[in-house]
Design a protein around this ligand. Structure first.
Ligand code: PLP
Length: 384
């Protein structure tokens, strides 16, 4: 089976023949997705959200690729992610921690030049106090809650802060930010409401640039672009616009190996709990990935994989390390030990498998796990 053909060339290096599964990450497509967003946003800047190991794709490789493409603003969720990532970023890049400033991280954060997103007045006052102690100004982002009730200063805290801003002269605010709760739904009225509330709150901090849009927000139009946007899923090829065709290029494909095949007569029980009983003679194959590899148990009896474009339904329950599929639709003996089936690729998008599992592309991507052989298709000259 030739994975490389799906990219239309032979650039994919087979690092480990005989792996149980291959997660192929097309860095050229990643770069083109970034450039698509840059072009949409100009003159606003485009950051990259690389939290959760760049949504499971590898924060180091992803950040290097986007750094080469000109990205200089990187967001992670946790301080520990920032520590791991900071040395791989371009020297003039900015690295922000979305979840805020946890007590105990202040000094390391300042020493390493990591920029905390300050989500409450106490966090802000601690950071400001440290700036006084070290006798130099410290960079910060101010997050305000514009209607999602997750992170950021409440409107009341914003008014208090606006009155005590002169006490925080040691803080160098890079921007005021907020996050949209429904950005992937273009028609949702909450987007306009959050935009209005965000702009009202940011007027309390005149002169500081503003930052609102995630991937979906970029597609809500220029009113949402501001100074800087923070896309994640769109960079990785997920659809940022629910119910509309995906404007992004796929970045990920996943192929999993067959580890056994068999033919069973009518009446045979299949998988844990014997939950599926063959209603005819069936040709089965067992593939080498399961819920421990991020293929949710919710796919049991409903999901499918593909081979040469033919849909092969999952039968019975998804196991930890394996899944049984019905291959009766293929000519006998098409699949043998080591044959690969497509789990994510041209016949099954991230959104399609997510929908079959009752979840979203984000959860599929971030759950993919580390037992697959990762193949990074490098950026080619024609990609740049
Ligand atoms: C995760 C996250 C993003 C990126 O969201 P996408 O929908 O993946 O583009 C942006 N901003 C914040 C605050 C986030 O938590």
């Amino acid at each position: 089976m030739d994975i490389s053909s799906s990219f239309g060339d032979a650039e994919v290096q087979f690092v480990a023949e005989g792996a149980s599964g291959y997660l192929t990450i097309d860095l050229g497509a990643l770069r083109r997705n970034y450039e698509t967003l840059v072009a949409m946003l100009r003159p606003a800047r485009c950051a990259a959200v690389v939290k959760a190991d760049a949504y499971g794709l590898g924060a180091t490789v992803v950040s290097r690729t986007l750094g080469d493409a000109g990205c200089r603003d990187f967001f992670v969720a946790q301080f520990v992610e920032a520590i791991r990532l900071k040395d791989t970023l371009p020297a003039d890049a900015r690295l922000y921690v979305l979840n805020g400033l946890q007590p105990g991280n202040e000094e390391r954060c300042a020493a390493d030049g990591i920029i905390p997103v300050l989500n409450s007045l106490p966090q802000l006052r601690r950071w400001s106090e440290l700036a006084r102690q070290v006798g130099r100004s410290l960079p910060a982002v101010l997050q305000v809650d514009s209607g999602m009730s997750r992170l950021g200063l409440s409107p009341e805290e914003c008014s208090i802060l606006s009155r005590e801003m002169n006490e925080h002269a040691g803080l160098e605010f890079q921007f005021v930010m907020s996050h949209l709760a429904c950005a992937d739904e273009g028609a949702n009225l909450m987007n306009g409401e959050q935009l209005a509330e965000f702009e009202r709150l940011s007027r309390l901090f005149l002169g500081i640039p503003v930052c609102l849009a995630n991937s979906g927000g970029i597609f809500l139009g220029g009113d949402f672009h501001h100074t800087l946007a923070r896309p994640g899923i769109a960079l990785y090829g997920g659809n940022p616009t629910v119910g509309a065709p995906n404007p992004m290029e796929p970045v990920v494909r996943l192929d999993v190996a067959v580890v056994q095949t068999r033919t069973v007569p009518t009446g045979t029980r299949i998988g844990y709990g014997g939950s599926h009983i063959a209603d005819r003679e069936m040709h089965l194959a067992t593939i080498a990935a399961g819920y421990a590899d991020g293929l949710p148990r919710a796919l049991s009896g409903t999901g499918a994989v593909y081979h040469a474009g033919v849909r092969l339904p999952i039968v019975g329950r998804v196991s930890m390390d394996s899944i049984i599929i019905d291959v009766s639709a293929l000519p006998k003996d098409t699949l043998t030990l080591g044959s690969l089936v497509e789990v994510v690729g041209e016949h099954q998008t991230l959104e399609a498998i997510a929908e079959a599992a009752g979840t979203i592309s984000y959860e599929i991507l971030t759950g993919l796990g580390h037992r697959y052989q990762r193949l990074y298709r490098q950026v080619q000259l024609q990609d740049v």
